[in-house]
Design a binder for this molecule. Structure first.
Ligand SMILES: [Zn+2]
Length: 324
């Protein structure tokens, strides 16, 4: 995810020290605000008090370990194929569909496969929870494993599936979406990035699914032990407010929205089509984001507590959406 403003500013400064990640996601370095200065912090707690969500964070962390164990997982690789099968093997008995196609990129043609697991609710409408499972392609030969960028969210979605499976949902249907081809194959641009979601948003616009989506909750790079989820200016303000409201009910608010940036990520094709979106991303991975898109994106930087914070906040956000 590269914010163009951040990229431009860094280009002007000539300050891009991260040559591995030619397609690095860069935050716009403006609009830094003090912790919780957002007006959203003033939203009153909802009158109802549902049960508190509680994902199994150690199980989620175990998934990250196993996923990282496949090695680097860019589109077109053997390890990517293994990961597809790994994801599907954890969704046995669930209603799973995929959106598979061939992406024509500047590095050639690649198979891309979005995987969707559907958990039906009683209410008319869909909440999508998404995260990408491919890892950075340009770094495929340097021992890059993407523990946080790719690994953490793939695992978290599998754990959220465990929480949804077999329960009657008194609310909207929830669709979990493992997106593919999120990463650029060369340099992040509108045409070289988010291959999977650009395709899927088109599909869902054509088949009418898009009109049913009440909210699109995206997760990216949320395993960092030093968790600071950014407030994203490219997301929908009321939905970001609701995420903060959910985090606040759970006592996690100090991990949210200490900084405001604009992020390009898998939510953009849906934002463009009018779907309310919130991107939960921590683009401060190591001091000054130094671990992002480097071989240092490894398991030791991650914490199960961070997976728990984001997982529970998402489930609480779903509960608030159900009651909206
Ligand atoms: Zn990435």
């Amino acid at each position: 995810m590269a914010s163009s403003l951040g990229a431009i500013l860094l280009a002007l400064l000539g300050a891009c020290s991260n040559d591995h990640g030619s397609n690095a996601k860069l935050p716009a370095p403006t609009a830094v605000t003090p912790q919780n200065s957002s007006p959203a912090a003033a939203i009153p707690a909802p009158p109802d008090s549902g049960p508190l969500p509680a994902i199994d964070a150690s199980r989620a962390m175990q998934y990250v370990r196993e996923i990282v164990g496949f090695g680097t997982r860019p589109i077109g690789s053997e390890a990517h194929k293994k990961l597809e099968n790994y994801i599907l093997s954890h969704l046995k008995g669930d209603d799973v569909v995929d959106d598979a196609f061939t992406a024509d990129t500047v590095e050639g043609k690649f198979p891309v496969r979005n995987i969707i697991a559907k958990y039906p609710g009683t209410k008319d409408g869909i909440i999508v929870i998404a995260g990408h499972y491919d890892t950075n392609y340009p770094l495929r030969n340097v021992g890059y494993v993407g523990a946080n960028d790719g690994g953490s969210t793939t695992a978290l979605l599998l754990e959220i599936a465990n929480q949804l499976r077999g329960k009657k949902r008194d609310g909207y249907s929830v669709w979990l979406l493992w997106t593919d081809g999120e990463e650029a194959v060369r340099t992040w641009s509108d045409s070289d990035s988010i291959y999977g979601t650009r395709h899927l948003a088109d599909q869902w616009a054509t088949d009418g699914t898009l009109k049913q989506i009440k909210a699109f909750l995206l997760t990216d790079m949320i395993g960092d032990a030093d968790l600071n989820v950014d407030r994203d200016h490219s997301s929908t303000p009321w939905l970001e407010d609701m995420v903060l409201q959910a985090a606040t009910r759970l006592g996690y608010q100090s991990h949210f929205f200490g900084r405001e940036i604009a992020v390009e990520d898998d939510h953009i094709p849906f934002m463009k089509r009018g779907v309310p979106c919130a991107d939960l991303i921590d683009l401060d991975y190591g001091y000054n984001n130094v671990f992002h898109h480097t071989p240092q994106d490894t398991l030791d930087k991650l914490s199960p507590k961070s997976l728990e914070i984001v997982g529970n906040t998402i489930l609480e956000t779903v509960r608030l959406l159900d009651r909206r």
